[in-house]
Design a protein around this ligand. Structure first.
Ligand SMILES: [Zn+2]
Length: 474
């Protein structure tokens, strides 16, 4: 088996930093060694990674991606191949993508379709959540089968998108009751879709069709209301694990914090776009450019009564928010985002970000919003524990998969279509952003996939990861 020591770096975990070397054998981490120990033990190395002056952290885990998702008459443009290569470039060694079942479709067929798309194509490891877009007797049974046999232990429901992915409160309650029996986690897109659709029609009727009205039609109060409603339903269903995806608003965060204070099994994630972007600076750009930033929940205004950015960063520090994901759902500007020219409600919802999460959240460390340890915790370790992949993933420890990011804090990264950009989109949502740090070397199960600004990975190296249950339950 090949042996690869990573020498002279600072290993960072959620609980601290250690000046140790990491010895990898084959696909696994064999040992953490004191400095100089690998020399005195006379360990023969096939290859040495020099991490002098760098941080050695667990490979990033992005638990919310949508490769090849059909949406709004088109489909997300990253395939599992292009999307996982971009992930590798961003220091991400595991993605958890959302397999799709829509109303009237069969859950097993939806999952099988996702295995067909991903199988043999991925550069890094992957797992699946299952979207349940049609809750009924059959899909409830199928949920339990997936938990017991398929390593799919989390189910995403939508309180938004009536007629597409939407579940009503009764369906949500039934799915939660099923989850409380089989131990799985319910993931919720929490926005009041029925009320949003009324506002959307009213804006369009008034001729307010520009991208910025996407945000005006989805007020943060509706996210707060839906988050609270989801929490109440999960409590009635027996304190079932509830994970609120892509939180963007202070009102929603307040509902989450209250539930957590009460001791409920309620967790939250946010995404970089909600920590950095604003309605004024992004969605309201001249012409149609704001379409690039149309995602749901929407980018919020900086003139709201709440300081959403400040509150979300604080939520991450305080562990009200547990995880940062991306909701990676990339659409090109040309021909895809342009479907909504003259009608914002026809703009495909989503942004590409799988490549930049580790970078953008590290910048939060530079800005003093988070500690280095918390960066690792929210982007690497907690995602693994939240979704039943720990300690195989999310930690640098003997026996764990050798998924490792070597991060150089002394270099810079410029994001942009002509700078760093490997996603399959014709634009970057983060064009011109400069990060004080850089992805240096990335290993996926012991294989170097990024080194010296080169992709060295291989299609099909990435394996499907069967997951266990959430590891945070009260
Ligand atoms: Zn999503």
């Amino acid at each position: 088996m090949t042996r690869t020591p990573i020498k002279n770096g600072t290993v960072v975990s959620p609980t601290g930093r250690h000046e140790v070397d990491v010895l990898i054998e084959g696909e696994k981490i064999l040992a953490l060694l004191e400095r100089g120990k690998s020399e005195s033990l006379n360990i023969t190395a096939d290859k040495v990674v020099d991490a002098t002056g760098k941080y050695v952290v667990p490979g990033g885990i992005d638990v919310h991606t949508h490769m090849e998702l059909p949406f709004g008459g088109t489909a997300a443009v990253d395939t599992f191949e292009t999307g996982t290569i971009a992930a590798a470039w961003g220091g991400v060694t595991t993605i958890v993508d959302m397999a799709l079942q829509r109303y009237g479709e069969n859950v097993h067929e939806g999952l099988a379709e996702w295995h067909r798309k991903a199988g043999g194509n991925c550069a890094v490891d992957y797992a699946f959540h299952q979207i349940i877009g049609g809750v009924d007797e059959q899909s409830l049974k199928d949920m339990t089968y997936l938990v017991d046999h398929e390593g799919v232990t989390s189910f995403k429901l939508f309180m938004a998108y009536p007629g597409v992915f939407y579940s009503d409160d009764g369906q949500i309650l039934r799915a939660m009751q099923t989850a409380s029996e089989n131990g799985s986690t319910i993931m919720m897109h929490a926005e009041n879709g029925i009320a949003i659709d009324v506002l959307v029609q009213q804006h369009i009727a008034r001729g307010e069709t520009d991208p910025k009205y996407h945000s005006y039609s989805r007020p943060s109060l509706f996210e707060g209301e839906a988050t609270n409603r989801a929490i109440v339903l999960s409590k009635v269903a027996g304190n079932v694990p509830l994970y609120i995806v892509h939180m963007s608003a202070s009102e929603a965060l307040n509902a989450l914090a209250e539930a957590r204070h009460e001791g409920l099994n309620v967790f939250g994630e946010t995404c970089p776009q909600y920590l950095y972007m604003t309605l004024e600076d992004h969605l309201a750009r001249p012409g149609f450019e704001g379409a690039k930033f149309v995602c749901s929940p929407p980018i919020r205004s900086k003139h709201d009564t709440h300081d959403h950015h400040g509150d979300l960063w604080k939520g991450l520090r305080m562990n009200e928010l547990a995880v940062v994901s991306t909701d990676h759902c990339p659409f090109c500007y040309k021909d895809q985002k342009e479907l909504g020219l003259g009608n914002f409600s026809k703009i495909p919802n989503g942004m590409g970000g799988v490549e930049h999460r580790m970078e953008l959240i590290y910048q939060g460390v530079v800005l003093g919003e988070l500690t280095l340890e918390r960066w690792v915790e929210t982007c690497c370790t907690t995602p693994a524990r939240m979704f039943g992949m720990y300690p195989q993933k999310g930690v640098i420890a003997p026996g764990s998969d050798a998924d490792i990011l070597v991060w150089d804090p002394n270099k810079k990264t410029k994001i942009g279509i002509n700078d760093k950009h490997h996603m399959n989109m014709d634009h970057s949502s983060w064009e011109g952003t400069v990060i004080d740090g850089k992805v240096d070397t990335v290993l996926s199960r012991g294989m170097i996939v990024i080194e010296n600004d080169k992709y060295l990975g291989r299609k099909g190296h990435g394996k499907f990861i069967k997951r266990g249950l959430c590891q945070y339950l009260n």
